[in-house]
Structure formats: C-alpha cells, structure tokens
Design a binder for this molecule. Sequence first.
Ligand code: NAP
Length: 256
Amino acid sequence: MADGPSRRIQVDLSGHVALVTGASRGIGRAIALALGRAGATVACVARNEEKLKETAGAIEAAGGKASVHLCDVVDSAAVQSTLDAVVAAEGRIDIVVNNAGITKDTLLPVMSDDDWDQVIAANLRSVFLFTRAAAKVMMRQRSGRIINMSSVSGLMGNPGQSNYSASKAGIIGFTQTVARELAKRKVTVNAICPGFIATDMAEALGPAIIDEVKKRIPMQRIGEAEEIADAVLFLASDSANYITGQVLTVDGGMTA
Ligand code: NAP
C-alpha cells in the first residue's frame, strides 16, 4: 500500500487494563504492542523474562505502559496470583487475551500421552484458568472483554495435529458457553481463529510444509501477526459491544 493515512483500525483504549498471555513473541507480542499503542496498560505474560521485557520495553518506548509477569499458564496458582497482581496494581482488568499456545505435532499412532496432555494443558486448560480468574473481577465490574486464540485447526482437521485441533476446538465450545454465562454482566467472550501466520510456531513446520500450506490459502500468502492484533483491537473496542460467543476467522480465505 502507498504511504498515506493508515487504513488500519484505530481504537482508543486509554484507561483500560489488558493482559496478554504469550506476549513474549509472535502473535501475542503483536497484540500486546497494538493494545499498548491504543492506550491500554498491558500486562505481558509468558515464561521467557528477557523476551517479555523486550515486549514491555517496546510498548514503553512507544509511550505506553506495560508490566512483565512470569507465569506458566498451566499452573492454576500462578495464573490466579498473576491476575491478582495486575488487579492489585491497576485496580481493574478490562481485556484478557488468552493467546499462549504450543504445538506437539505427530500422527495419532505415535502420539504420546505427554504430547496430548501438554498441548491440551497449555492451549485449553490455560484459557479456562485465566478466564475463570478474570471473570470474577469482570462480573463485579460489569464490563470486560475476553478474547481466546483458537485456530483454523479447531475448525477443520489437520493431519498430525489431533491434540492441537482438539484443544483449539475446545476453546470454541468453551468460548460459546462462557459468553452465555457472562453476557448479563456485560462481559463479552469471543474467539479468533488465525490461519497460517508468520511466527516461530509456523516457522517450525519447515519450508516444504510452508509452501504446501500457501497453496491452500486463496490469498496465496501467509498472514502477519499484526493482522491478528487488528482483530483483537476490534473485539476489544466499543464497536464490538454487541458481539459475544463468536468466532472471527482471519485466514486469507483458507476455510472459506
Ligand atoms: P509462538 O510464536 O510459538 O509463541 C507462543 C507464545 O506462547 C510464546 O509467547 C510463549 O511464551 C507462550 N507460551 C507457550 N506455553 C506457555 C506456557 N506454558 N506458559 C506461558 N506462556 C506460554 O506462537 P504464535 O504463532 O505466536 O501463536 C500464538 C497463538 O496463536 C497460539 O495459541 C497458537 O496456537 C495460535 N495460532 C497460531 C497460528 C500461526 O500460524 N502462528 C495459527 C493459528 C493459531 P514463553 O515461551 O516465553 O513462555
């Protein structure tokens, strides 16, 4: 696109407090930066302290406010104390983006119990833990946004990803039910299904598989993390006040 006024979504989230899991790199980092640029105070959550500090530093360098929280998102006590620390420091929690996730791809016959358990825990249990902790505060506030990162693999099958697909489809069912439970308190709960996005997770597949995947994308390109961050900004904004329990797919037409 030629230089000129940006046509990307502009949202004012000043005064809002956001928490982003998996903010140390990839899509989570892009989401944290976008929320920070929009004026939100951003709690950056993951396990890699150095990379989290880098994300928080980039938010602050752009004039925003951020904090770093080391937390393994599968650890119930750690999740609760992370949420408590953010609420104690900022007085509220407005936006939670459950983005942390892992893959352990392998075909079913050779998938180990650990491959299954670790992916379900990191991708699905984590969403339950942070949503439960945040919901209690958001229900009291009578406002809040919960945005869960699912995947196109949760909408359609993908050989080698039975554990991952199950976790991401689980996120969709969880999102729909919790949306119904929290709607009366003006807390919205939505999911985003990214297609194939350029991050470490996608790189790990290797160039041959990446080329194969590109052929299945009608737009014939891999998505950018910022394109997922834009979807988050929309769902976090007042423009999405009446949207809950929905799945927003951002995949270049892959599942069309
Ligand atoms: P990524 O580059 O591999 O980053 C994953 C993030 O999750 C890292 O920040 C990592 O932080 C964090 N994380 C993983 N396990 C964690 C744990 N136990 N506790 C705390 N943090 C943990 O992945 P990505 O591509 O940005 O993906 C982000 C989300 O989008 C994931 O849920 C993924 O499934 C989803 N998604 C990605 C794509 C894609 O094509 N990239 C497509 C569809 C959906 P630490 O290692 O520092 O803890």
